[in-house]
Design a protein. Structure first.
Length: 560
């Protein structure tokens, strides 16, 4: 966040809190992921916001795992979360916590609520609790177990802890108001019985706190001043405040809600993303088509581009949808001066230059990045046989086709002007096998005699020196959106899977310098887009992912 960015409403709230000295001495935020899946681009917004606010105000930001549901949690997710946060450029230092750190304190606090007559053990099952809760138009009904004595509630709750009851047979509920207009305040469940091995506490517990109970307690115990949540928790804020107000925890955090990130052509429900992985629609959480941070990283996005994107979209109170082309614009802008330009032919068509000396290898000079001349230049081998893109040649072209056609000239980038003289086809299929061309030796790029102009410029590779590579072209994982309502983990449009979200091209040819490409290295394939060496890439097999095409619709629309 910089001084030239307009202040968002959260900054205004914090500024006012500091002015009024509302017991706020130092701003303290937290990023509280659930370790039940990989983080996605929406979490990146929250990470940048929470760590960014702490940095702006000279405060602190904790990393805290909300590990209150062991049936869906795994250490794999814990490790992936830490990798993602660090990759984005943030550091929690020694402030890594778990909600499970506070299980004993949460249990003690629950007994405190029971003794104060503010919590009771209920024997209704989950379906009955929903029925008793009522609707938005009708008040709820009190549980028949609501008026148990304090002594009976304490005894039952302690029996729940030691495992005397079956899963789902009893809950601990807050005693608030069954006629409340806010359904979250109609005697919400604080604890449920759940026999599941926890990744940190093992089988010590068979009762686990609900998120709405565990979260405010964790915040208060860590001294969090501002608990930044997404907008779906706005209706839960009265319960957050009720927990904090009815327990002596030494701190009273303030919950503030902001609009979650919704991207066009993108689903960001962790439940749905898990289904994609488990049902084999993608090749894992880090599949480059996935909106997970690990998928985005593998595809080739930079942390700088993600932070820039999160700053550009800002922080709002109302839900809205961001065009994914803005995210693509940010990576193009970041790589424009960073990524070396190289030549790669994705669908090769052989060209033989008949009047070029056989056996001759010429080294041509090519700048690595015209937008950043400090990146220097490289040498490209040029020979009698080269490859160009199939789409760069047409026998019967339409008007304004300025690439190679019979009898017409084009320039080869960094090389010469060539003219197509003859087309060789397969006699049976009519498929074009090769082109025979001539070149003008006086038109070498960079020479004093190279001033002759032609309209088309093509990229190419030397047939003798090119390296074979696999190139993976990614499209949006989802293509069609219809208005709909998802579960409380997502309030986004329903999408349709795109059957053409991945194209593997296995006969691509790239210039020889890419033999040194390491996993994660990024390049601009001239006229093709930005690409990244994939994790599958080795010295013996080059594999590149297309990060994004060169076309930037966002910039063209003036949406910078």
């Amino acid at each position: 966040m910089n001084n030239f960015t307009p202040r968002n409403f959260i900054q205004n709230i914090i500024d006012e809190d500091l002015r009024q000295n509302k017991e706020v001495k130092r701003i303290h935020t937290r990023f509280p992921p659930e370790p039940n899946g990989y983080l996605h681009i929406g979490h990146a917004k929250s990470i940048c916001l929470n760590f960014g606010l702490a940095a702006e105000y000279g405060g602190l930001c904790n990393l805290r795992y909300d590990d209150t549901n062991p049936s869906k949690e795994d250490l794999e997710y814990v490790d992936s979360i830490e990798t993602d946060v660090k990759w984005l450029g943030f550091d929690w230092e020694d402030r890594k916590y778990y909600a499970s750190n506070y299980f004993e304190k949460m249990y003690e606090s629950a007994e405190e609520l029971i003794r104060a007559g503010k919590a009771y053990v209920c024997d209704l099952n989950a379906e009955e609790i929903r029925e008793y809760r009522g609707t938005l138009k009708e008040p709820g009904k009190e549980s028949p177990y609501r008026n148990r004595t304090i002594e009976e509630n304490l005894a039952l709750f302690r029996s729940m802890r030691v495992g005397e009851f079956a899963d789902g047979s009893r809950t601990l509920r807050a005693k608030i108001e069954m006629a409340s207009p806010n359904l979250n305040m109609r005697d919400p469940v604080l604890y449920r019985i759940l026999r599941a091995t926890h990744h940190r506490t093992g089988d010590k517990w068979c009762i686990y706190p609900m998120y709405d109970y565990a979260h405010p307690i964790s915040d208060a115990l860590e001294g969090i001043t501002h608990s930044i949540c997404t907008l779906e928790f706005e209706d839960h804020r009265p319960l957050y405040d009720w927990v904090v107000d009815n327990l002596d925890l030494g701190c009273k955090p303030q919950q503030i809600e902001f609009a979650r990130l919704n991207l066009t052509n993108t689903v960001m429900s962790k439940r749905k993303l898990r289904e994609l992985v488990e049902q084999g629609y993608v090749e894992g959480w880090d599949d480059p088509r996935m909106p997970t941070i690990s998928g985005i990283r593998r595809r080739g996005y930079t942390p700088e581009s993600i932070r820039d994107f999160c700053e550009r979209i800002g922080v709002a109170k109302a839900n809205s949808e961001v065009d994914i082309s803005l995210l693509e614009h940010c990576i193009r802008e970041d790589l424009n001066t960073k990524a070396p330009r190289v030549m790669a032919v994705l669908r090769p068509l052989k060209v033989i230059i008949d009047n070029y000396p056989e056996g001759q290898v010429e080294e041509l000079s090519a700048e690595n990045n015209p937008e950043n001349l400090e990146m220097g230049s490289r040498k490209l081998p040029f020979t009698r046989e080269i490859y160009i893109e199939q789409e760069d040649f047409m026998e019967n072209p339409p008007k304004k086709f300025f690439r190679l056609t019979p009898g017409k000239e084009v320039r080869l980038k960094h090389a010469y002007i060539i003219k197509c003289e003859r087309v060789v086809k397969d006699e049976k299929t009519g498929e074009i096998l090769e082109l025979h061309c001539t070149y003008d030796p006086q038109t070498r790029s960079g020479s004093e005699q190279s001033g002759r102009k032609v309209k088309g410029t093509l990229h190419w590779v030397s047939a003798q020196h090119a390296l074979q590579a696999e190139v993976r072209l990614y499209d949006y994982l989802y293509t069609k959106a219809e208005e709909g309502q998802d579960d409380n983990d997502s309030n986004e449009a329903e999408m349709v899977l795109n059957p053409h979200s991945l194209a593997r091209l296995t006969t691509c040819l790239v210039e020889p310098g890419l033999k040194e490409a390491k996993q994660g290295d990024r390049f601009q394939f001239m006229r093709q887009g930005y690409f990244c060496a994939d994790l599958d890439s080795t010295e013996d097999k080059l594999v590149f992912n297309r990060i994004v095409s060169l076309r930037d619709s966002w910039a063209k629309q003036g949406k910078k």
